[in-house]
Design a protein around this ligand. Structure first.
Ligand SMILES: Cc1cc2nc3c(=O)[nH]c(=O)nc-3n(C[C@H](O)[C@H](O)[C@H](O)COP(=O)(O)OP(=O)(O)OC[C@H]3O[C@@H](n4cnc5c(N)ncnc54)[C@H](O)[C@@H]3O)c2cc1C
Length: 381
């Protein structure tokens, strides 16, 4: 059967995946004058980037990825709307991570200590101080971590903002084309095999979420990720109660208000790995009730609020919980950016800076991603 795509099949860089990582990388690389083709098996923003809750969080991150989060919040998020020419709905009113037991506080203190040592401005607050910041929470909250510079943004608008600016820069986006594997020429990656023929690239950026694992394996690279499902729901419009992002020590739920007045609340039941059939992105019976119970426990004011819509998405959960952002020594020309483990959106603007430098300069100089290499994994036995 002849190939259906009849356009140009050669570019300086072929990007695999049209989520926020692929669109942002395409924007940065095309902005440097490189020709870029993005190959997306579905539609732009059809994966986790179009389904996430939009948290832009530095707090409670592993110190290996904290430099990305701090860089994004300090240097990119505040002016990103202006840069992309769209309102990304960025709100920076802080993040409270709540505790109801001494064990919760112990856990939160550990996170806070590690993050402070890595340069983040955050602290523990008492239950009373937490209620001063956000008066709607239950008296059962006895303490929290408080990061005043965390926030949230709109992931759909952000991803499409990057997409449109990349198009303006001349990048080509080809949707409905699935990458099946990579091929080397004279030792370096050059070919991208798809279900619609072959593309030739000077460099390849692989950011296909969970599916990066299968694509990388075609050139002998194993990225230890598994698929995990998570759900989000949106409430009816409510009076503007608070603008902080909320989470808990045990990650029972997270959420925040949106620009339109609803609340976005999300999380997992802990059972979805055993209940989801991994076919598409279905919601499952346990998650919404368990999230609702957790939310009402912390915020009794939500008891009579109506949920108007819910959805699920899946992400690439890495064996050690942090992303892989790296050039691959055994496959010159290949840059990998995946395994974001359910918290990639907030760091995506900074990831695109690191990816651009990895592609163009061979190393990420602006942001330290040395702890996120593809070859850091050690077998446990
Ligand atoms: C329910 C949920 C809530 C979340 N909440 C937050 C949050 O509040 N804050 C936060 O920071 N992060 C959050 N995340 C995580 C965040 O959404 C992801 O880390 C981020 O979107 C990753 O972007 P990506 O571009 O790597 O992946 P994706 O958006 O999944 O994009 C990968 C793309 O690659 C395409 N693709 C796959 N295989 C192929 C192939 N073979 N050929 C061509 N294309 C292919 C897919 O179709 C997809 O469009 C959440 C995730 C979920 C699911």
């Amino acid at each position: 059967m002849p190939n259906s795509y009849t356009g140009k099949r050669t570019a300086d860089v072929v990007v695999i995946g049209g989520g926020v990582m692929g669109c942002a990388a395409a924007y940065r690389l095309s902005g440097e004058g490189l020709s870029v083709i993005v190959l997306e098996k579905d539609e732009i923003c059809a994966g986790a980037s179009g389904r996430n809750a939009g948290g832009v969080r530095q707090s409670a991150r592993d110190v290996r990825e904290l430099p990305l989060a701090i860089h994004a919040v300090k240097h990119i998020w505040p002016a990103l709307g202006e840069e992309l020419g769209v309102d990304v709905e960025y709100v920076q009113q802080g993040n409270l991570r709540l505790g109801r037991t001494e064990a919760h506080l112990e856990k939160l203190r550990g996170l806070v200590d590690r993050n402070i040592r890595a340069g983040l401005d955050l602290r523990m607050v008492s239950g009373a101080e937490a209620r001063e910041i956000c008066p709607y929470m239950s008296e059962e909250v006895i303490g929290a971590s408080w990061c005043p510079t965390d926030g949230y943004a709109n992931p759909l608008v952000t991803t499409f903002g990057y997409y449109r600016r990349a198009l303006d820069n001349g990048a080509a986006f080809i949707t409905g084309v699935s990458v099946m594997g990579l091929g080397k020429v004279r030792g370096a990656v050059r070919r991208v095999y798809t279900d619609d023929g072959v593309f030739e690239a000077g460099r390849v950026v692989l950011c296909a979420g969970y599916y990066s694992r299968a694509v990388a394996s075609t050139v002998g690279i194993e990225i230890p990720v598994e698929r995990e499902d998570e759900e989000v729901f949106v409430t009816e419009q409510l009076p503007p109660m608070f603008d902080q992002v909320l989470g808990t020590a045990e990650a029972d739920f997270y959420g925040h208000r949106t620009k339109h007045g609803s609340f976005l609340l999300g999380g997992v039941s802990g059972l979805q790995r055993f209940t989801s059939n991994h076919d598409g992105c279905p919601t499952e019976a346990y998650t919404a009730p368990s999230l609702v119970r957790a939310i009402i426990g912390f915020f009794p004011a939500f008891a009579d609020v109506k949920i108007i819509r819910s959805w699920s998405g899946h992400f690439d959960a890495c064996a050690d919980g942090v992303p892989v952002i790296s050039n691959v020594d055994e496959v010159p020309g290949l840059t990998v950016a995946c395994a974001f483990t359910g918290h990639g959106f907030g760091i995506s603007p900074a990831v695109s800076v690191a990816v651009k430098e990895l592609v163009m300069d061979g190393e990420s100089r602006t942001i330290d991603v040395s702890g996120l290499r593809y070859d850091r994994f050690k077998a446990k036995q």
